[in-house]
Design a protein around this ligand. Sequence first.
Ligand SMILES: *[C@@H]1O[C@H](CO)[C@@H](O)[C@H](O)[C@H]1NC(C)=O
Length: 434
Amino acid sequence: MPLSHLDNTPPKFKPEKSPYNHNRFKWHIAKLTFWSFMFLGLILVFFIQSPSATSSSSSTSSDLTRRSLKTSSWGGPVWEKRVKSSARIRSRNGFSVLVTGAAGFVGTHVSVALKRRGDGVLGLDNFNDYYDPSLKRSRQALLERSGIFIVEGDINDDALLKKLFELIPFTHVMHLAAQAGVRYAMENPSSYVHSNIAGFVNLLEICKTANPQPAIVWASSSSVYGLNTKSPFSEKDRTDQPASLYAATKKAGEEIAHTYNHIYGLSLTGLRFFTVYGPWGRPDMAYFFFTRDILKGKAIPIFEAANHGTVARDFTYIDDIVKGCLGALDTAEKSTGSGGKKRGPAQLRVFNLGNTSPVPVSDLVGILERLLKVKARRMVTKLPRNGDVPFTHANISLARREFGYRPTTDLQTGLKKFVRWYVSYYGTGKKSDQ
Ligand SMILES: *[C@@H]1O[C@H](CO)[C@@H](O)[C@H](O)[C@H]1NC(C)=O
């Protein structure tokens, strides 16, 4: 009898005046009920913890686990139909592109641009809450109207990625999913390792095994130039002095890209974006929260470099970045490997995508004041030594030569478009808007 051993187990706690001591039958029923509930509970715990129920079970931080649990639902015939329909190519010689981070700022714009010209586009995004997820949901709604489906999942979920590559023979991957932000890296360092290193490696593992192997274009960052002082920044300049963990993980990504290109013949192109801004942008970036805080009448911190030096950024408008991304995709050669094995040398590239005209942050604020017709309350503060660099300036002659990259939007024009979007999306906060 399978439960016989239970009969012989003396109760651990023997209450002095338990009524069960006088009724062996009732005692058995109670024990049976107790162990049945324990058993059911264990089964439940097993299912909640199993990898099929969570998209990424390996993360230890509660933050990451919470994020993963939110992004667990995929699979089934309806889901597969949506995936296939979104990825369907609608033009001759069109690509089928997996866009990771599709609900992100750059991801949304690139996805729309690809779809518009007839490429098949499938999005992937984990909708994490690094910044207000409702903005990501709005971008998702925008993409849905263009016929683009975003799969909800994490790039660390290899079962999901395998499934996607089984369903769609992607010709290209536009890898934009990342943990962004320079100062947040001190608060949540593991999130940078999770997305920018572990997630990238997982994606490359899937890509190298895929048949055919896709060509990969991915977002590196101008922050890899770190403490480099030579200006403008050229791709050949040193990038071994990162000033933040964010920069270090992006630099690591470039080295990892080299490895996968070398061992498996994956075609890899890294794009070093310079301070991208525009409509649907990221709320954690200065131009965005300056706009919000100026409208609210809240003081904004304006950083000053050592010896009252100006802090300047090579602000690059989103449409120019999109042109650069498409140019990189269009000139990407095919990967050369198959069956996870290299068959010959493959393309490995890195490009700056900037605007080539650094603007002091105080000028940025001046433009915003004129556009918003509100005077900013400036609070001049020393640039903290926790990630931000005083100056960025891109040399873009390489991208110009390879795919005719030529940014055309100056900061004034681009911010006008941003502010117009911002006000239509959030309102000005003035009474007349409410
Ligand atoms: C820009 O980069 C190119 C190489 O891509 C280099 O030949 C050129 O000298 C650089 N220009 C400046 C001003 O550093």
